[in-house]
Design a protein around this ligand. Structure first.
Ligand code: HEC
Ligand code: HEC
Length: 275
């Protein structure tokens, strides 16, 4: 399969995918930043480092074999923006050293092969997309950014927090929450709704650590103090920790924000409270 950069129109980069198993010629679009901005922001510094895109790249396996160095710049800069990384994420080279010291044709960095497989994946995704009639005025553009949204590993916030909890423990997971929030809040990479910490809390409860779960739910109640659901979770945590007094207190608080919360009503009844 080959992905061919065909034309640049306005703010977008367009390419075509063709080859092995793919009959239709497809269009891949997606670099959401202007080509002009890219040239201004990225091309100049590269030149300033005394480095130029190779006239004839040596080791092209997925992109179109006849792609020129000048054109190669567009997907490469697109990759860095889509994943929020720099060239060294996929290439052999040392950050801070001039690009002329980098070995771009080398396949030693495993992320380069991962990126190739992603290009192949995009080819087959586009094959499938071409089989459906788009409901909007044109087909949704599918490119690295559509999934990655500025991070190298596109994973939901709750899945990331649970992974860190499993591998490094609860404190590391909570530290990560605040670091990610600091770095990415308001950007597309992660959804900072009440769901992420809530899911983490129940994962911690499942692992029979109610004190840990209370810690997570407490943090969530600071983040979302007007959510009946979040107070209900905190009450569940206290309930499992055997702290009935606090469980009652927070089921009541949950009902203040969500008067129809049946779980809170049932639990309060169970705890001996009349309606
Ligand atoms: C997400 C991974 C990724 C990032 C980030 C990335 N590249 Fe690449 N690069 C690749 C892949 C994959 C290829 C090979 C494409 C193929 O086989 O079709 C490649 C090929 C190249 C080549 C051609 C080398 C040759 O002669 O065969 C150059 C030059 C290059 N990249 C420069 C850059 C520069 C400069 C940056 C930073 C602005 C960059 N790349 C960022 C993945 C990446
Ligand atoms: C359909 C969604 C999707 C698209 C489109 C996509 N990726 Fe990915 N990518 C993923 C997922 C999911 C992972 C994580 C896989 C895992 O480790 O379980 C990933 C992982 C990667 C990784 C490895 C990151 C790491 O640190 O482990 C690289 C590199 C990468 N993608 C590059 C690209 C590039 C370049 C493009 C565009 C050509 C692209 N991806 C398009 C979903 C996507």
């Amino acid at each position: 399969m080959a992905i061919k950069v065909t034309h640049f129109s306005g703010l977008f980069y367009s390419g075509r995918v063709e080859g092995a198993g793919i009959n239709t010629v497809e269009k891949i679009i997606g670099f959401l930043a202007s080509v002009f901005m890219a040239l201004l922001l990225l091309n100049l510094p590269l030149h300033a480092q005394g480095w130029e895109w190779p006239e004839k790249p040596e080791n092209i396996q997925v992109l179109s074999k006849d792609i020129t160095g000048a054109r190669l710049g567009f997907p490469m800069r697109g990759f860095t923006r889509a994943l929020g990384v720099r060239c060294t994420y996929c290439h052999v080279g040392e950050e801070g050293k001039p690009l002329s010291t980098y070995d771009f044709p080398s396949d030693e960095n495993p992320n380069k092969e991962r990126a190739r497989e992603m290009l192949r994946m995009l080819g087959s995704i586009n094959d499938h997309l071409n089989k459906i009639e788009p409901s909007g005025d044109q087909r949704v553009n599918m490119w690295c950014h559509t999934c990655h949204r500025g991070v190298a590993r596109p994973i939901t916030l709750s899945a990331q927090l649970k992974e860190t909890y499993r591998t490094e423990g609860l404190d590391a997971s909570l530290t990560q929450y605040s670091e990610l929030k600091e770095k990415y809040y308001g950007k597309g990479a992660y959804q900072f709704g009440e769901g992420a910490l809530n899911e983490l809390g129940y994962e911690v409860l499942k692992k029979e650590n109610p004190e840990g779960a209370v810690k997570v739910f407490k943090l969530n109640s600071k983040e979302y103090p007007e959510s009946g659901n979040v107070w209900d979770s905190l009450a569940d945590g206290y309930m499992q920790a055997g702290d009935k007094k606090n469980a009652k207190k927070y089921y009541r608080k949950s009902l203040k924000f969500s008067p129809n919360n049946q779980n809170a009503k049932d639990m309060l009844k169970k705890l001996g409270e009349k309606e």
